[in-house]
Ligand binder design. Sequence first.
Ligand code: ATP
Length: 191
Amino acid sequence: MLNIVIFGAPGSGKGTQSTKISEKYALEHISTGDMLRAEIKANTEFGKKANSYISKGHLIPDEVMIDKLDDLMKKKNGVKGFIFDGFPRTIAQGKALDEMLEKYDEKVTVVLSLEVEEDELVDRILKRGEISGRSDDNRETVEARLNVYHNQTEPLKNYYSEQFKLVRIPGQGTIDEVFESISTVLDRIIG
Ligand code: ATP
């Protein structure tokens, strides 16, 4: 299997690139953000609880997200591989993902880290907020999300680079340029 983690700050383009990767390489796209937004839209109890964290720019607690991911993966048998978008977001989630994959005799193949400068991230998120209606795409929440990213999520870069799995992708070009860089890396891995 080809199991990709797409990694990057909020607004780095993880969702956009993941969709393109899943189409080209026939991988199962697991987006925790999309899953959470679907629950919010459906107004489930879980969705309401989740939105109280998301709208503040905080993370949903690890145990909750780890259980959810386990459920999502169990439902997908016989796939060629996964693209994990928005998970892991903490070291604890990273370790949990390794354990979950191990149950299937699998592991993370590669981690694609989308590198985008902070000013550009903020610009993109505020622009997206105008049309997306997302409860977290506004100036107050963006700052909290970037802090959470630096404090809780960015340490995963070390976790994966120590395992020689981290590949940095310049994330500031056009969607197609970024995808071109990603494809080059993935084609080399597939061989
Ligand atoms: P993009 O790079 O696609 O712009 P993003 O980081 O802006 O992504 P999502 O990945 O959709 O946005 O996440 C939105 C919010 O959902 C997070 O700020 C967080 O509150 C919550 N969330 C998503 N995934 C997780 C997770 N694995 N653990 C905890 N909270 C999560």
